[in-house]
Design a protein around this ligand. Sequence first.
Ligand code: 3PG
Length: 210
Amino acid sequence: MNDTAYVRELAALAPIIPVLVVEDVAHAVPLAEALVRGGLPVLEVTLRTDAALDVIAAMATVKGARVGAGTLVTVEDVAAAQKAGSTFGVTPGSPAFLIDACLEAGLALLPGAATATEAMTLQARGFEVLKFFPAEGAGGIKTLKGLSGPLPMLSFCPTGGVTPENARDYLSLSNVVCAGGSWIAPSSLVKAGKWAEIEERARHAAALPR
Ligand code: 3PG
């Protein structure tokens, strides 16, 4: 099933999806609590650390958190992310085998696209909200503006190079529903347990207009 309604619901919850790289499962709950308190309940946990699946499972217990798995690149990632308690997945790109696996698993998906052809391929499969990745590297705001004319049915979550400085400009675009970024909870702050600072960063991000 292609759960566009759930992805739209997630995108509407907050303007920013924090992209998280967490190495220690002990950090999972306090980090998720800080982000939810700060107004960012949708959390993308990248599958780039050995602890990531345990982190997803722990964060899924936090009230109000909507936890998803990022960096899904293999069929095995899809099954593992779902088993750990992810309610959605995020992919950097959209090879057919991976999209097939997510659809077969019934995992709501924010699939990655960087070009018109990739976006159109996903649109043909029923996806309406796409991750635009890597946002800055793929032309950023200019590319998104260019896509809005011929592909008005598509909405994007730009991720990759989105910063507190340019987030406002991305969010002002008609075809941007939210954006992803790692600046809210960078590894340095997570490792140091700076939950109050992360909450403050989340609060600022949550207040961004769109
Ligand atoms: C990533 O690849 O980690 C995400 O796209 C986040 O990118 P960022 O660090 O530029 O926000």
